[in-house]
Design a binder for this molecule. Structure first.
Ligand SMILES: [Zn+2]
Length: 372
């Protein structure tokens, strides 16, 4: 046993190699520092006093000097009463961060071991915390809004189409005949699992005012804040309620020419559109590239990592992608600090505590203009 067995690592490790080299006690102390922002002071979850509370090393807990409440590093967090070690917990959070396109539960299981459902519920506790931490602060400046269709693709039918004499006369049957009945594109929106993800992205240069067209450094600085919602369809009632809720009046909003965005000027917003059937960006620089950039990330994840996202948890995955998109310019250390703070601030999990014993979220988190 080395002399610094109980000591916390001096710098925050930012590689998987360094994180996995920490022992359980070091991981616990690192989580404590990331949670409370101090290496030797803790915040009592009962009376909120910041102090060097009594360290009960054998129980891996602290006892408050003021109210004698006993607490651990995960008390009052989504990982309260956890059975897995702090080492695995830290490793899971770190693996979630460094896999930029998302981390599947099976992939996490290969890192920390255990059962699939342990990894699955752990990852969802992280996502649930991200959903709870979505800022309600309104977007302003220039905001791009767009909707994307996700999940619920119809399967091709099982019935094999019969070849007709006409097919035989033209080209060989095996090329000419559709082997399964083809589902038309118009059928897709009607799949029961299909949902519309609406993204609202504030461009980063807009805080210091804007002038059009954008030039030089303003271009390419991307978006700074992202708000997402899942709707049943891209209808005007939901979209107008969403914009009222999350966008400051007077903001310049850029959308495509979908009719649901038609009333924005009447609602007191500046509104610019780009016709996507003609061009991706107008001559004056009106485009939706930041919204498209988000959907691009979302598609990479839904096709490559999360192969099936059900409506019940779609908002969680969407918010995960929004977090990744907003944190893309931060380094690993900043991402780890932000992530641990966000997760531990979220409080005890509602939908994922006792998931393995049958506790499940009973409904999906749809945004609705008037909740029914
Ligand atoms: Zn206390």
């Amino acid at each position: 046993m080395s002399a610094n067995y109980w000591s916390k690592p001096e710098a925050i490790p930012v590689t998987l190699l360094a994180i996995s080299a920490l022992n359980d006690e070091q991981s616990r102390l690192l989580l404590a520092e990331l949670r409370w922002g101090s290496a030797d002071k803790q915040v009592c979850p009962s009376c909120a006093v910041v102090d060097r509370h009594h360290n009960i090393r054998t129980r891996k807990q602290w006892r408050c000097k003021h109210c004698y409440h006993t607490f651990s590093v995960t008390s009052g967090t989504p990982f309260a009463d956890h059975k897995i070690s702090c080492r695995k917990l830290l490793l899971s959070i770190f693996a979630f961060i460094i896999n930029q396109k998302g981390l599947g539960a099976l992939a996490l299981r290969r890192i920390i071991g255990g059962q699939y459902r342990t990894s699955f519920s752990m990852l969802h506790k992280i996502r649930e915390a991200l959903v709870a931490s979505q800022s309600g602060e309104k977007l302003s400046g220039i905001v791009e809004i767009d909707g994307g269709h996700f999940s619920g693709k119809l399967r091709k039918g099982r019935v094999i189409k019969k070849s007709t004499p006409a097919d035989k006369n033209t080209v060989p049957t095996k090329y000419a005949v559709q082997h399964r009945t083809k589902v038309s594109a118009s059928a897709f929106p009607h799949h029961p699992n299909r949902r519309i993800v609406i993204v609202l992205r504030e461009l980063s240069q807009t805080k210091s005012g804007h002038s059009l067209p954008l030039t030089g450094k303003q271009l390419g600085s991307g978006a700074s804040r992202t708000i997402v919602a899942v709707c049943a369809s891209e209808n005007s009632a939901d979209i107008e309620a969403l914009i009222k809720r999350y966008v400051e009046p007077g903001t310049l909003i850029r959308t495509d020419e979908w009719p649901a965005y038609g009333n924005l000027k009447l609602m007191g917003y500046d509104h610019e559109t780009v016709n996507h059937s003609k061009e991706f960006s107008t001559d004056t620089g009106v485009n939706q590239n930041q919204a498209e950039s988000f959907f691009s990330r979302m598609r990479r994840a839904t096709i490559g990592i999360y192969h099936r996202i059900t409506p019940r948890y779609m908002l969680d995955y969407t918010v995960e992608m929004a977090w990744r998109e907003d944190m893309r310019r931060k380094n690993t250390e900043q991402q780890l600090q932000a992530m641990v703070k966000t997760i531990f601030r979220a409080g005890v999990s509602k939908d994922w505590v006792n998931y393995c014993r049958g506790n499940k979220r009973p409904f999906e988190l749809l945004f609705q203009a008037s909740p029914s």
